[in-house]
Design a protein around this ligand. Structure first.
Ligand SMILES: O=C(O)CCC(=O)C(=O)O
Ligand SMILES: [Fe+2]
Length: 313
């Protein structure tokens, strides 16, 4: 359906989406073309944008940071208590001293960034919208369903139950992604044990469930946005799976809904962000919360990179 555009031209949203999709250039390609205002297909409805400003001011509204050092020592019950409290109250927490070296974190972010910064004509060989298997590069997974597109591109790599063919992973980030998925999987196992213990269950309960083998990662790239008040990086959503382990760089922009307010997840060097997904909320009988979160469009001149490691989605 054609609707009137702001400049009194006919505007056809679907046509614009298709043109953008067919170009395979992603948002990064648009930015590289030097635009100073965002195309209409990225402008969100006023009612969605009006919620941009409702950010928590109170210092008590913070996402807890949990120190995992000594997780196998007599500190464990205290750690389980903190994890359990965070999952019940906010559905989000950060972890430090989790055993994954800072240089591995930095290397993984740098490799995913390097992929997104490849020339369009190299990157476009991975561009596709069929994301149920293997490796896919795309912009806005939900683009044809959403009211408006958002300011980000994504590289997705399926890691299970059928892992991507190793040679299909772009060489520029292949080793780093494989290493990250190995280390992140081990950490997720530890976290799942803590989450089970926090519910009074056997530590191995979640791992026993074979469907947990479905996993993968999405490496998002949020380029600088010239009009960050008109769009989003990712609109508000909950994660569908069991849990998500997120590695983010230091740019910021991730926010979590708590009551009527949005609480920032402030980047902390070396920290990882954990959040509960819909399946774990259901499995825990609503004890643990799968909460809405979003990412603001990136106002910084530097791009933002984040890598979400998802379980069972
Ligand atoms: O980029 C982020 O910080 C969050 C990404 C996210 O929410 C997701 O991939 O589900
Ligand atoms: Fe998410």
């Amino acid at each position: 359906m054609a609707v009137k555009g702001g400049a009194h031209q006919d505007y056809n949203h679907l046509d614009e989406l298709k043109k953008f999709d067919d170009s395979k250039m992603g948002v990064k390609g648009l930015v590289d073309s030097g635009l100073t205002s965002i195309p209409r297909m990225f402008v969100h409805p006023t009612e969605t944008l009006s919620d941009l400003k409702s950010v928590a001011r109170s210092a008590s509204q913070v996402i807890p940071t949990i120190d995992l050092s000594g997780v196998d020592s007599d500190r464990r019950p205290a750690i389980v208590e903190q994890v359990s409290h965070a999952c019940r109250k906010l559905g989000f927490f950060q972890i430090v001293n989790h055993g994954l070296p800072l240089e591995v974190l930095n290397r993984t972010i740098a490799a995913v960034k390097a992929f997104h910064e490849l020339p369009t004509e190299v990157k476009n060989q991975w561009y596709r919208r069929e994301t149920s298997t293997g490796v896919a590069f795309f912009s806005n997974v939900d683009m044809y369903k959403a009211k408006a597109a958002s300011w980000r591109d994504t590289l997705q790599v399926r890691l299970g139950p059928v892992p991507s063919v190793v040679d299909d992973i772009p060489e520029i980030c292949r080793n780093e992604i494989l290493e990250w998925s190995r280390q992140a999987s081990q950490l997720v196992e530890i976290l799942m044990e803590l989450l089970c213990e926090g519910l009074g269950l056997n530590a191995g309960k979640l791992k026993e469930m074979t469907f947990l083998e479905s996993k993968g990662l999405v490496g998002h790239y949020y380029p600088h946005c010239p009009q960050p008040d008109l769009t989003f990086g990712i609109t508000s959503h909950t994660d569908p799976g069991v849990l998500t382990l997120l590695l983010q760089d230091q740019i910021g922009g991730l926010q979590v809904k708590h009551g009527e307010e949005w609480v920032e997840v402030k980047p902390i060097p070396g920290a990882l962000v954990i959040n509960i997904g819909d399946i774990l909320q259901i499995l825990s009988n609503d004890e643990y919360k799968s909460v809405d979160h979003r990412v603001l469009a990136n106002p910084s001149p530097d791009p933002r990179v984040s890598i979400a490691f998802l379980h069972c989605w």
